[in-house]
Design a protein around this ligand. Structure first.
Ligand SMILES: [Zn+2]
Length: 482
């Protein structure tokens, strides 16, 4: 989600550096990103996003449709894939005026985007104006695509609007819990964190959150003085459950908790809010920039109508919707009617929220709910889809957990899948789950999906009681396993 540029060789080099140099590398990368992302154009974009909050619902829709029209025309005129789409369907791009018109275009799946990576690139932008970014998503399929600098800034301007409205300031010291292998998995002693000094961030490893290490995490949070925790809810929940079951206490220090990348489950929110004694907030976004939903201070999930054109398509007759989005910002790789693969529930066209924002809202976002993988020693590891990042030769992936420390990777191969891809898959699995995890690879033609078409990324066959990481004495605690 963060759109950070990485190369595999640099990551491998990073893994063998001494801690001091890993810290220097994190700060160096942080400084580079800061320079590129947060310049004058970013602050102009942020001011514009903040000023749109006073727009009436009518003005907001006019703005969305204007942006939609100009982006569709850009795609139709400069992107080979869309030149062909409009010509073969005999559609005049000027006829696409609003969300109601865009349904004339076909939905673009991730597999189709992956199969048309070159044809989806705009021919009028040079490589100098873009960075390569990547995503994996619920089904574990990696998509590597160009992102313009201005699209990256606008994405972050939107995310900072959400943060500022929650009272987070630009220089609020932050503890980040992400899926990046920021500390080598084989490391067994603290520090299980690294520093990005320019961004005032402590980057905590999500892979060392074992019970015996958690008090050291708490000590570092206290020592560093971070006031805001941000990251995967599966990681923050492990920390929260430790706080609720020990004498460690961060309630006076932590003022903000936000989550991203994973769906925030109800029991996770309950535990985290109880442990930190503050409300936590979530937002839904994706590297492709095709949709964004932000939780306001009143707990309502607002669709960011000024950022992209989001369609909610109901397939089951109930209140569940596939999230389909048209991006407005990334001229280098336009995505029209892009199927995010995620599902939202409880759509409302007009919510009279006390925050004053008049947009469509949803009650929950059910996509990207990942389970944990349980290692042989009982450690629970979340957000395993990082194993498949950049592996574009894999169409789809699913993990079956048989017993603690034993998994099966179900893989749907793309035609270009080779032996080297299998080697890389084995190496990445070992990097994220350690040598003691036994993994088998099973090649299949397709993966089994649920009723709503949603794919469960992890299917666990471990009985629920064995997976619960929360003490049964903790009030309000619930097992993590579904
Ligand atoms: Zn609101």
């Amino acid at each position: 989600m963060t759109g950070v540029v990485r190369t595999v060789s640099l990551e491998n080099l990073y893994q063998i550096l001494p801690v001091a140099l890993q810290n220097a590398a994190c700060s160096y990368q942080g400084r580079r990103i800061r320079r590129r992302r947060y310049n004058g154009a970013f602050h102009s974009a942020l001011n514009e996003y903040l000023s749109r909050r006073s727009l009436s619902p009518e003005s907001l829709l006019i703005l969305r449709n204007q942006r939609l029209r100009s982006f569709v025309i850009h795609a139709a005129l400069s992107v080979p894939y869309y030149l062909d789409t409009f010509a073969s369907r005999r559609i005049d791009p000027e006829e696409i005026q609003s969300l109601a018109d865009i349904v004339r275009l076909p939905i673009l799946t991730k597999s189709e985007a992956q199969a048309n990576l070159v044809a989806l690139r705009s021919t009028v932008l040079s490589g100098h104006e873009t960075i390569m970014t990547h995503t994996s998503g619920t089904t574990g399929r990696g998509l590597v695509f160009p992102l313009t600098h201005s699209a990256e800034r606008e994405q972050w301007a939107l995310w900072w609007r959400y943060r500022i409205e929650l009272g987070i300031e630009f220089d609020t010291p932050c503890g980040v819990f992400s899926g990046r292998a920021i500390v080598p998995v084989k490391q067994t002693r603290a520090p299980f964190w690294r520093y990005n000094k320019p961004a005032k961030q402590v980057l905590f490893s999500g892979y060392h959150l074992k019970e015996e290490n958690l008090s050291q995490y708490v000590s570092e949070i206290k020592r560093s003085g971070v006031r805001w925790l941000h990251g995967y809810p599966s990681h923050l929940t492990l920390l929260a459950s430790h706080l609720l079951n020990s004498r460690d206490d961060l309630r006076k220090q932590i003022t903000h908790v936000t989550s991203g990348a994973e769906s925030l489950l109800a029991h996770q929110r309950e535990l985290i809010e109880k442990a930190f004694d503050c409300r936590m907030y979530q937002h839904y976004g994706l590297a492709e920039g095709a949709a964004n939903i932000s939780e306001c201070a009143h707990g309502t999930l607002h669709v960011d109508e000024d950022f992209s054109a989001v369609e909610f398509i109901c397939e089951d007759g109930a209140d569940n919707y596939r999230i389909i989005g048209t991006n407005f910002t990334n001229d280098a790789f336009p995505l029209l009617r892009y199927d995010t693969g995620d599902v939202a529930c409880g759509l409302s066209e007009n919510t009279d929220c006390p925050c004053g924002v008049r947009s469509r809202t949803v009650k929950s976002i059910d996509g990207r709910v990942e389970d944990y993988i349980v290692l042989a020693d009982g450690t629970k590891v979340g957000r395993i889809d990082h194993i498949f990042k950049d592996m574009t030769a894999i169409r789809e992936a699913q993990i079956i957990q048989l017993t603690p420390g034993r998994i099966v990777l179900r893989i749907v191969r793309a035609p270009e899948y080779r032996e080297r891809d299998e080697k890389k898959l084995r190496a990445e699995t070992e990097k994220y789950l350690g040598k003691n995890t036994h993994s088998d690879i099973q090649y299949v033609e397709s993966l089994q999906r649920g009723k709503t078409g949603k794919l469960r990324f992890v299917i666990s066959e471990i009985p629920e009681a064995c997976v619960s990481f929360v003490s049964t004495n903790a009030p309000g605690a619930a097992p993590v396993q579904r």
